[in-house]
Design a protein around this ligand. Structure first.
Ligand code: PEP
Ligand code: MN
Length: 340
């Protein structure tokens, strides 16, 4: 249980609450959560409810939180978090389009993709330099050279860059060359990686684990937030399932759910979520209709030549046709907040 103190609560009133909790052996711990002074209590409900904390003058409210995270929880942070990335605001209304190839393959490929997505209205450029591949014999990315290409091309077309760090040893280079660190689905519970990424202060795009619950996902976000880095962006990208007709099952109900449970921005990645380019536009439209703060889409100038995830890449013309639909849907949905 958490006792939220009034903003200007005098120290005498704070002491009264702490004293009452100590006498009742509730192990009170005074902490600051999102700038608010809060007393965390341990013990069963029958023990904590025995003290009428709401009746103390210094107390604003009492929060009974079952979730094992609190920095990520909506309860202590009513307003949507907005993550600002070089002038682009992610969350809190509006629509963020992140687009680009699955992997950086060479300068020409990346430049063609970047120019096309920029022209069609993308806000950020994506592209992997370190690629997590199921088989070690598949194309695993250009590494540092890929990061340098991302930085060069991003600067030239005027788009901030999002790219994945798979390992703590890659973080310094990713921070040097990119504006947002992506944590991939396979690493969602790599706790040392989450903490190292968090400590950089860089925005973190946190993919949901491919077989993770919402609680596990928000706990992963908590690891980052707990480093003092509040710039976390959630991204649903589909879950493994028994049916192999699609690559993953995109969980769109998690969008309104995560937005209820948490104040963090929620994006959707229908490219990995379906694995099939012909399904991507419909699911991107559905994601925005469900209240997503944006989408992440794989776009390749020539999907038939892509070295990874060829089957799910949109052509530039397909992305250009989709972008205005997404903007129109966002306007309808955001104009009627009761729908979310
Ligand atoms: C990616 O975005 O290229 C990627 C590998 O994503 P995920 O971790 O969701 O599979
Ligand atoms: Mn991919």
């Amino acid at each position: 249980m958490f006792v939220v103190l009034r903003p200007q609560c005098p120290s005498e009133e704070e002491r009264q609450v702490l004293h009452a909790a100590e006498v009742a052996q509730l192990g009170p711990k005074l902490t600051t959560i999102h700038g608010r002074r809060i007393i965390a209590l341990r013990g069963e409900e029958s023990q904590t409810d025995a003290i009428p904390f709401e009746a103390f003058p210094g107390v604003e409210r009492v929060v009974r939180l079952e979730a094992p995270y609190h920095l990520a929880a909506r309860e202590f942070h009513e307003h949507d978090t907005v993550v600002e990335v070089e002038g682009t605001r992610i969350g809190g209304g509006g629509l963020t389009l992140i687009a680009g190839p699955c992997a950086v393959e060479d300068g020409d490929q990346l430049m063609a993709a970047a120019r096309a997505v920029k022209e069609a209205g993308a806000n950020l450029l994506r592209g992997g330099a370190y690629k997590p591949r199921t088989s070690p014999y598949d194309f695993r990315g250009l590494g540092l050279e890929g990061l340098k290409l991302l930085a060069e091309v991003g600067a030239e077309v005027g788009l901030p860059v999002v790219t994945e760090a798979m390992d703590t040893r890659q973080i310094d280079d990713v921070v040097r060359y990119a504006s947002v660190i992506q944590i991939g689905t396979r690493n969602m519970q790599n706790f040392p990686l989450l903490e190292a990424a968090g400590r950089t202060g860089h925005p973190i795009l946190l993919k949901r684990g491919r077989a993770s619950t919402v609680t596990e996902w928000l706990c992963a976000a908590e690891y980052v937030l707990n480093t003092g880095n509040e710039r976390v962006i959630l991204c649903e990208r589909g879950l493994v399932a028994f049916d192999t007709a699609v690559r993953n099952v995109l969980d769109l109900s998690v969008v309104p759910l995560a937005k209820r449970l948490s104040h963090l921005p929620v994006l959707v990645d229908p490219s990995h979520g379906t694995g099939r380019s012909e399904l991507v536009p419909a699911m991107a439209r559905a994601a925005v209709a469900a209240g997503a703060d944006g989408v992440l889409l794989e776009v390749h100038p020539q999907p038939e030549r892509a070295l990874s995830d060829a089957r799910q890449a949109l052509r530039p013309a397909e992305f250009a046709a989709l972008a205005p639909d997404l903007a129109a849907i966002a306007e309808i949905v955001q104009g009627r907040p009761a729908l979310i």
